[in-house]
Design a protein around this ligand. Structure first.
Ligand SMILES: Nc1ncnc2c1ncn2[C@@H]1O[C@H](COP(=O)(O)OP(=O)(O)OP(=O)(O)O)[C@@H](O)[C@H]1O
Ligand SMILES: [Mg+2]
Length: 282
């Protein structure tokens, strides 16, 4: 199988600060790949470059073999650029999609700090994501008399909620859910856009140990059921080592190691930069 996602020479510089430094990585189709590294390593910034939240300063991102993001430093950014490969993409067209366009291509994500529509019900959080994906607002389906489509979306929403064990909470406000279930709801909402690639930014953050174990199993289940590729950021080392087919480790924006869990676990640079710190923190 090919790569669902490829980052090539991605550098993200904010003013004088290089947050992601010449990062190249491949996320193989249908695999679960992890991006790990200490706090501030640049993991979320890398996700933001993939999802159109930030335009990287340099580099190219391919999705299913097609370039979707591309940039090179120009103007002021060229003068202050501290990264590598500044000329590599200068001949090619700049590609700078919006987050909505990225979602439309089949890339969905969850956020490190949960972003739900807090004052809406659990059901509506997922239904509205479906509506947004269908490029129509909440009312248009009804006004157009397109009841069949509306009915289908409602059924699919219930299906997603059941799968997450959230059906009993469907009429509750999103904000009233315990933290672990809010994380689940965010995944349901991401799945509502029918992604091929699912990016999870610390999906186990705030979960208790039992919820974390269940999450690992659940991520595998949805990967198989929806034929997804999964790329996740996570600090829980047990979860990462248990769930990942392949792991990239970054520190200060740069890759320091990559490999299967066993290789990464035994890598001296990783132990020094990351695993040791996590153990101390418990
Ligand atoms: N919009 C921004 N402007 C300036 N600096 C930023 C911006 N976004 C991120 N950074 C910086 O980039 C660096 C990497 O941050 P990032 O959030 O990607 O780290 P992370 O690996 O996700 O860390 P954590 O594990 O704590 O979530 C940090 O130094 C951060 O301050
Ligand atoms: Mg982060």
């Amino acid at each position: 199988m090919g790569n669902a996602l490829r980052l090539e020479n991605i550098t993200m510089q904010f003013g004088g600060v290089v947050s992601v430094n010449n990062l190249t990585l491949d996320v193989e189709e249908h695999k679960i790949t992890a991006l790990i590294g200490p706090n501030g390593a640049g993991k979320t910034t890398a996700f933001n470059c993939i999802t159109g939240v930030y335009q990287p300063t340099n580099g190219q991102i391919e999705f299913m073999g097609q370039p979707i993001v591309r940039n090179h430093p120009t103007g002021k950014a060229a003068k202050t650029y501290k990264g590598e490969n500044a000329d590599k993409y200068a001949k090619d067209a700049v590609l700078s999609p919006t987050p909505d366009q990225i979602t439309g291509l089949g890339i969905a994500r969850t956020f490190q700090n949960i972003r739900l529509w807090k004052s809406m019900t659990v059901f509506d959080n997922v239904l509205i994501a479906k509506h947004q994906h269908a490029k129509q607002n909440v009312f248009s389906a009804i006004f157009r008399g397109n009841m069949a489509e509306e009915k289908r979306m409602r059924e699919e929403t219930m299906e997603l909620l059941k799968e997450q064990g959230l059906d009993a909470y469907k009429d509750e406000l999103a904000v009233s859910l315990p933290y672990g279930l809010q994380r689940r709801l965010e995944i349901a909402r991401a799945l509502a856009t029918n992604p091929k690639l699912l990016l999870l930014d610390e999906p186990a953050a705030g979960m208790n140990p039992q919820e974390t174990i269940e999450l690992a199993e659940f991520v595998r289940q949805i990967r198989d059921k929806y034929d997804l590729t999964v790329f996740l950021i996570e600090h829980h080392m047990d979860l990462v080592m248990n769930i990942s087919d392949y792991i990239y480790v970054i520190d200060f924006g740069s890759e320091i190691a990559q490999g299967v869990p066993k290789e990464v676990q035994q890598n001296q640079r990783v132990i020094e930069a990351y695993l040791g710190v996590t153990e101390e923190e418990g």
